[in-house]
Write a protein that binds this ligand. Sequence first.
Ligand code: HEM
Length: 504
Amino acid sequence: MKIRLSSKLVAAIVLFSGLASGALDSLPAFQQRGSQKPKRTSSLLINPDAQPDLPTAKAATAAASAAGLNLDDIQGDILQKNQELFYFFSIANATAFKPKLASEILPLITTTTELLDVSTQPITVLNIAFSQRGLTALNVTTSLGDASFAHGQLADISTLGDPGSTNWVPQFAGTSVHGVLLFASDTVDNINDAVSSLESALGDSITKVYSLAGAARPVAGTEHFGFQDGISNPAVTGFTAAPLPGQFVVPAGVILVGETGDTSASARPAWAKDGSFLVFRQLKQLVPEFNKFLADHPIVEDGLTAQQGSDLLGARMVGRWKSGAPVDLAPRFDDPALGADPTRNNNFTFSHPDAVLTTNQTRCPFAAHIRKVRPRADLGTPENTVRAIMRSGIPYGLEVSDEEAASNTTSTERGLAFVAYMSNPSNGFRFLQQAWANNPNFAHAGVGVDPIIGSLVGAERVITGLDPTNSNVTTTLTTDFIISRGGEYFFSPPLSAITSTLSV
Ligand code: HEM
C-alpha cells in the first residue's frame, strides 16, 4: 500500500460538488465523508522509480472485493508523503470531543480508496489514531488485546534497547499523549491551513501536546543517510492487484486487524476490524557522524577507491546501496538501474546456488539492516509472513549544514519519523526491534546487532561480516548512529468504529 504525495505543487484546486445533500443525508456518516471537500485536479501521488506502482482505484477495488476487504473503511495513511505533520494531542474534554470526532474529524478522514484516484484525493490527507490512554479517556473499555499497546511505549523502553528516557521527547515520556492527527499534503501551507481549520473546529476539546513536521528530502524517497527507503513494503492481498517479482505477499490480516492472517483476531473487539496498530518512533539520525565513520573505515579491496570502499561499507550496513539496489544482487558496486527497477530490486532471497547460506557473507552480511529485519531464506521457505510491517515514515529535520559536515558533528536534530502499521505489534515492530535487530545472535550466532537500528542500551556494538574480504573481521561501533527520541503505540481505527464506538 504505497502512496506517495507529489513533489509537484498542485496547480489547480476545484471545489467538488458531489452528490446533492439530500442524497448524502441518507447515507451513514462515514459514507458521506469527503463528498463536499475541496478536491484536486492533479494527483498528489508520485511514483519514485524504485518503488512499486500503486494499483489503480479500479484494480484495488476489484482485488478488495475478491478478498472481501472494504477499502472505504480503512484509513489511507499507509504511505509515503511529501510533507507531513504529526500532531499529538490530549483529550481535554471527552464529552465535548466525542461529538466533534464524529462531526468535524470523521468527514475529513481520508480513506484508502480516496487516495487512489485524483478525483477523490483531498487537498490535505487527514488520519487519526489513539493511544490506550486516549481510548480510556473516551471511555472505551473493551481491551484491544495487545499488552504492549495497553502499557504504552514508555513501558517498553528497555525491551526496545533505548538507553533510558533521557533522550526521549518529554511528552512521549509523560502521560498526556492520547492520540495523533496525521496531516499530509504537498505543501506546508496546505497542512497549516488544515491544522488551523481543525483546531478552530475542535476548540478546547483537545490540547496540542507536541508536533513533529516531516518533509521529503531533495532526492525523493530517501532517508537522511541518503538511502532510498520504502522499497520493500509488502504486497497486501486484497489491495495489491499484481505483486512484483520477489515482493513479500502477505495476507491482509498481517496489517489489518480481524482480516485473514491476523493471528490474534479472536483477541480483538469486533469494532476494531480493519483498523491497524500504528507504531510511532522519533528516530534521530547522526548523519555527519555516520558519514565520518564510513569515510574512516573504507573496505579495502583491490579495484576499489577509498570512496568506493566507504560506499560499500554503508551499503553492507544497510543491505542496499543508496540507489536501492540490493547488495545481494550487486555485491561490489552500486547498480542504479537495478535500484530503480521495482521488478528486480526485491527479487532476491540471500540464497545462491554457489554459496552456503549459513556461512557465506560475500554478498549481503548477516547483520545488514534489511537482512536482520527480514531474513528471507535464512529462516527457510516459504517465508513466514507474520513479522511483516507496513512502513510509512518520513524524514524530519533540516539537511546537513556545511558546518555540520565540516565538523562531523550533528548540531540540528534530523531523523526519521518512523511509522509502521501492523495487526499485532508484538509480532511486528516490537519483535523486529528486540528479537532480531538488537539480538547479536540472530539469525546466526555471533553476527552482532543491526548496525543501523540495533541498540544495546547505549553500549558499544560489535558486528561481524561487514568486510566482504574476511567475514571474521569485527567492526566495533562506539556510537549509535540512531538515537531513539521515543514515541507511542497507537491504534488507527476503521472509520466505522468512530461512529459505532469511539464517538458515542
Ligand atoms: C532511522 C531509522 C531507520 C532507517 C534510516 C532505516 C532505513 C532503511 C532502509 C534504507 C531500508 C531499505 C529500503 C527498503 O527496503 O524499503 C529499510 C528497510 C526496512 N526497514 Fe528500516 N530504517 C530505520 C528504522 C527501522 C525500524 C525501527 C524498523 C523496525 C523495527 C525498520 C524495519 C525495516 C524493514 C522491515 C525494512 C524492509 C526489509 C525488507 O523487506 O527487505 N527500519 N530501512
